[in-house]
Design a protein around this ligand. Structure first.
Ligand code: HMG
Ligand code: MG
Length: 314
């Protein structure tokens, strides 16, 4: 049984851009977010309130939120927050959702946020409490949930343990990240089976990078377990500056194409999504890797593509 509808979070403006060396203007980021919303995306991870010198591309987080203004009804503008200093900035900017982030492996977490996993969880206690007191939903990311660039395959018990701790702190949902795109369906099952023995499936989100081409099949495996909330990034933008080898997130178009084909509702229009990602190619000066972004929707009425075949029949 697959879910009838799936909630998509486009993390392109944050996860997608954070690793890009070419500066993207605040105006272009705002236009990107607005175009995603116009395509039907209901949750956008807009930016990060991390140390600006660590992720210079997102140093204008406050300016992006100020230029966006309040999110339209039914839309959530989320941001990554590493500590209380970040939360102060995020609250002042008017974010609609706070995402704290730690990892299932110590070495990655130390490189990423300069803290052990236990230290980062301790940091989050006041962040989560204050965000909730401000009426904001909170997401807790578990990076390297399936594999780590420094420690290799992640024992599933570690991912489950950190997930449960985040939920115990008061996070509304936990988001398991395949930061370097190494998972295959048995790895997804190995984490979900024990996790779902303790946690309602509605509080679980999956975040796949498509480094080795397994992201979509991992989504399918997640849906088999009842997961109905996934992250993706328009055009397949993405990567983590502290995860060597991490490439793009699963492209949102590829995910929507699959879900459309399965008859699973997303509320997202494929062509409008491609339009949202297209300007990024010019701004970044490179081709975006998303497969459906490159190929377009299938010809014919399927997914709203052209009705006439591209080649005349013989
Ligand atoms: P730190 O250096 O340990 O922090 O950084 P500190 O508390 O020692 O403070 C040092 C200085 O930084 C102080 O300034 C602070 O005020 C300042 P000073 O007093 O020396 O002038 N500072 C800040 N300034 C602005 N905003 C802040 C902030 N915090 C401290 N929030 C920290 C710790 C976590 C902040 C740092 O290591 C950092 O910013 N790291 C960036 C991590 C990051 O953004 N990684 C990428 C996102 S995670 C990801 O991509 C994975 C994910 O997609 C899921 C997946 O794929 O698996 C989510
Ligand atoms: Mg990521």
């Amino acid at each position: 049984m697959l879910p009838r509808a799936v909630h998509l979070t486009d993390v392109g403006p944050r996860d997608g851009l954070q690793n890009e060396g070419v500066p993207v203007s605040t105006e272009a980021k705002v236009a990107f977010v607005r175009a995603l919303v116009a395509a039907g995306v209901r949750e956008v991870e807009v930016s990060s309130f991390v140390r600006p010198d660590r992720v210079p591309q997102l140093a204008d987080a406050a300016e992006v939120f100020a230029a966006l203004g309040p999110a339209p009804a039914g839309v959530v503008y989320a941001a990554l927050v590493p500590n209380e200093r970040g939360l102060d900035r995020a609250l002042a900017a008017g974010v609609g959702k706070v995402s704290v982030f730690t990892a299932a492996t110590e070495t990655f977490n130390r490189r990423n946020v300069n803290a052990s996993v236990a230290e980062s969880l301790a940091r989050f206690a006041p962040v989560v409490a204050r965000a909730r007191a401000a009426g904001l939903p909170v997401r807790g990311y578990v990076s390297t949930a399936f594999g780590c660039p420094y420690e290799g395959p992640t024992p599933s018990a570690q991912a489950v343990d950190v997930s449960r701790r985040l939920l115990d702190l008061g996070c509304d949902e936990v988001d398991l990240g395949d930061t370097i795109g190494v998972a295959t369906p048995p790895d997804v099952a190995a984490v979900l089976e024990p996790l779902l023995a303790h946690v309602p499936v509605g509080r679980v989100v999956l975040h796949f990078h498509d480094t080795r081409g397994t992201a979509l099949v991992n989504v399918l495996e997640g849906m088999r377990f009842g997961v109905a909330s996934f992250d993706a990034s328009a055009g397949g933008l993405g990567g983590c500056p502290y995860a060597p080898g991490a490439s793009g997130n699963l492209a949102t178009e590829d995910l929507v194409y699959l879900l459309d084909g399965l008859g699973i509702e997303t509320g997202v229009r494929l062509e409008a999504l491609r339009d949202a990602a297209r300007p990024l190619e010019g701004l970044l000066g490179r081709a975006l890797p998303g497969k459906v972004f490159r190929a377009g929707p299938a010809p014919g009425p399927h997914c709203g593509g052209p009705v006439t075949p591209s080649r005349p029949p013989r």
